[in-house]
Design a protein around this ligand. Structure first.
Ligand SMILES: Cc1ncc(COP(=O)(O)O)c(C=O)c1O
Length: 353
């Protein structure tokens, strides 16, 4: 599937506008309210701000059109991950998570009561396809893995688990449904941080769960209501606005990334490059930590920051957080800048090495 022919983009773009009536504003209205007018019997879904919010619903509908699934929004990607776990697992369950995936997911399992109730094991992303997964209640994938960008075949793992009770969850933050559709490949639940490419402007935190299973959906919504992990209307508005240009941004970010891989592949300053042939994140290994820092800090086109998926090209050394990668490894998130200028600026920095 290429970004250009994704049939769900139109559905996402028009999820809100198709329901409009004459005179309605085209943008999502920000409904900032804790209460609703509620005399008598509470025979409306709109009873309280922790249950439901119209702006959040608009964003969920757009996410749902893209995912072709029911979606539940959360204030951050980690809140969505927590909800996916808390609403599905029971005490004593066995869960396997990537040893090389986003470290906060592992920390959540290692350091909080969720993990205490579970038997948590880890596997490298590349091992999930061949490992025996039959003993697990939950299999958690993240592909490409963050930060190492290793891959595993979601469809192959789903095929192995078919007919079992095992829940297959995929963190699809890095690629978004535009580049990878875990639910089509057999996953039960998708979790994502919309803080990244989905909202795209590095100005908001947000997350969602997507599923085609009504029971899982109801559990996630119920859990959100009980624990109060609700997304706000202002944030939902920003995510909805950002999503409207998701396809354009992703197309530019990915084409910029492909062009940069050509440059990096020829450059002697770079010892190794990891690019999964899809997406906008590139892994670069330099000859030393100092060279890696110089690349990040000396290039005017690169914004030194954690996170990824924004308009601006940004980079960081993931070893600074303790990730199991070389001290000289840089995760580069390629942005939407004009290609020629981006290549020129990054090429000039490398030539100075
Ligand atoms: C793969 C992945 N999943 C989840 C998250 C958590 O998202 P958030 O920062 O929105 O809580 C991140 C954040 O970097 C991530 O990279």
């Amino acid at each position: 599937m290429t970004i250009e022919n994704d049939p769900h983009i139109m559905a996402m773009l028009h999820a809100h506008t198709k329901g409009l009536e004459k005179g309605d504003p085209i943008s999502a209205p920000i409904v900032s309210t804790a209460k609703y007018f509620l005399p008598g019997a509470p025979d409306t879904p709109y009873v309280y701000g922790r249950d439901i919010n119209p702006t959040v619903e608009i964003t969920e509908a757009a996410l749902g059109a893209l995912e072709q699934a029911r979606t539940v929004a959360f204030p951050t990607g980690m809140a969505a991950i927590t909800a996916a776990l808390m609403s599905t697992v029971k005490s004593g369950d066995r869960i396997v998570v990537p040893s090389d995936g986003y470290f906060v997911t592992r920390a959540l399992l290692e350091e909080t009561p969720i993990g205490l109730a579970l038997h948590v094991e880890t596997l490298a992303t590349t091992q999930f396809e061949t490992a025996d997964l039959s003993q697990y209640d939950v299999v958690w994938l993240e592909t490409p893995s963050n930060p190492g960008l290793d891959l595993c075949d979601i469809g192959a793992v789903a095929a192995k688990l078919k007919g079992t009770e095992t829940l297959l969850v995929v963190d699809n933050t890095t690629l978004t449904p535009l580049l990878q559709r875990p639910l089509d490949l057999g996953a039960d639940l998708v979790v994502a941080s919309d803080t990244k490419a989905m909202s795209g402007h590095s100005d908001v935190l947000f997350g969602h769960i997507a599923t085609r299973d009504i029971v899982l959906f109801d559990k996630a919504r119920r859990w959100r209501k009980l624990c109060g992990s609700v997304a706000g209307p202002w944030e939902a508005f920003l995510v909805h606005r950002g999503m409207m240009t998701l396809e354009l941004r992703m197309a530019r970010m990915c084409s910029n990334a492909r062009a940069l891989t050509g440059l990096f592949g020829r450059h002697t300053a770079i010892e190794a490059m990891t690019y999964p042939d899809i997406g906008f994140v590139i892994g670069l290994t330099f000859s030393s930590q100092d060279k890696a820092e110089a690349f990040i800090n000396d290039c005017s086109a690169i914004f030194p920051a954690t996170s990824f998926g924004g308009i601006h090209t940004s980079a960081e050394r993931r070893a600074r957080w303790g990730d199991n990668v070389s001290e000289a490894y840089v995760r580069l998130s390629v942005g939407c800048e004009p290609e020629a200028e981006l290549l020129h600026s990054i090429g000039a920095t490398l030539n100075d090495f």
